[in-house]
Write a protein that binds this ligand. Structure first.
Ligand SMILES: NC(=O)c1ccc[n+]([C@@H]2O[C@H](COP(=O)([O-])OP(=O)(O)OC[C@H]3O[C@@H](n4cnc5c(N)ncnc54)[C@H](OP(=O)(O)O)[C@@H]3O)[C@@H](O)[C@H]2O)c1
Length: 314
């Protein structure tokens, strides 16, 4: 009943230590060492090298170390075993902190105050609108989107959400599918993207979509906050839309290429806030406990939770 940890781009050591402590009755192995492929029952992946999970005949489940599974879907030799993603309050809370922080930063024009402080400018006349006067639209009403909409609502923003299938979300106005997208965008001053990256959503944050956002809102132009995945956005379109006024500002946590190359104009654009794909990090203690708990319950006869629908890609 061995556990294989297959990661790239992350230090594997903290994960090995935690899984070994949480599951002391089994062996934890990594791709970098010799192991018997027939003994592997569970694989834990973050951007595993494509093909490296093939040929594991007794694999019962693949666990993503993040909420997203786009890094798995790109592997055309991915085993047939169920794919389980992260749904954990630690990660969800982190994402909502990020979303609320950046919506408030734009509402209160904090970047301008930062610049004014550097220049010793006392501009008390600048009078920001109230949150209730600003319409936030959240793309994706899944685990992360629903929590973010709830917390934005508590802060007083006028919140709506958009998803693939229709939703009933209490105080939040909801829209769905292609039919609901135009109306959703037309009432959005701050667009928050918490979509998964799939064949359907790739490149969705493009200039045609930005042009449909509300004009005449209280922030002086539409603002984009993308904490979903870099593949959702067309960076050339973001830059062009900032240049011609279609967008007023953007907060980006994710990028077409990560780390964001030093040559990217996004780094130094005055209207862009860049964060290094850390809106909601997978904290090793919380996420290893979540996965070990799933394994224990599965072996006690319970079904796996948060299994991805492969045909939808999320
Ligand atoms: N930046 C970071 O640090 C970070 C951290 C964690 C996660 N993420 C990203 O956040 C994403 C969302 O996570 P989650 O846990 O909230 O996922 P989730 O629970 O699976 O929710 C996904 C939401 O997106 C909607 N959706 C999917 N495809 C759509 C489409 N074609 N059109 C309209 N709506 C669509 C779904 O609609 P339905 O409700 O109708 O299914 C659902 O509401 C992850 O996939 C990951 O990429 C980023």
């Amino acid at each position: 009943m061995n556990l294989l940890i297959a990661v790239s781009g992350w230090d594997v050591t903290p994960w090995v230590e935690r899984f070994a402590a949480l599951l002391p009755d089994r062996k934890v192995v990594t791709l970098g060492e010799p192991f018997d492929r027939r003994d592997v029952h569970y694989a834990v992946s973050w951007k595993h090298p494509p093909g490296s999970l093939a040929g594991l005949p007794n694999l019962a489940a693949v666990f993503s170390l993040g909420a997203g599974v786009d890094h798995l879907m790109g592997d055309d030799r991915l085993p047939e075993a169920p794919i389980v993603r992260v749904v954990d309050p630690d990660l969800t809370d982190r994402m909502s902190e990020y979303v609320v922080l950046h919506c408030l930063m734009h509402l209160r024009r904090q970047r301008r105050h930062d610049a004014q402080q550097r220049d010793k400018v006392w501009d008390a006349a600048a009078h920001p609108p109230a949150a209730r006067e600003v319409r936030v639209g959240v793309m994706g009403l899944g685990v992360l989107g629903r929590d973010a909409t709830r917390k934005l609502n508590v802060m007083g923003f006028d919140v709506a959400g958009w998803s693939r299938s229709p939703k009933n979300a209490g105080d939040i106005t909801t829209y769905s599918g292609d039919a609901g997208l135009v109306e959703f965008l037309a009432r959005t001053d701050i667009l928050v993207c918490l979509l998964p990256l799939t064949a359907e959503t790739r490149g969705i944050l493009n200039k045609e979509l930005f042009a449909r956002l509300a004009q005449g809102g209280r922030l002086g132009g539409p603002i984009l906050v993308n904490a979903g995945r870099g593949g959702l956005q067309v960076e050339a379109d973001i830059l062009a839309s900032l240049g011609d006024g279609t967008l007023k500002a953007a907060t980006l946590d994710v990028f077409e290429t990560e780390p964001l190359p030093p040559s990217s104009p996004l780094w130094s654009h005055p209207a862009v806030t860049v964060t290094p794909h850390n809106a909601a990090t997978s904290e090793a203690d919380a996420i290893s406990a979540y996965i070990a708990g799933q394994i224990r319950r599965f072996e006690a006869g319970e079904p796996l939770a948060n299994v991805v629908q492969r045909d939808l890609g999320y």
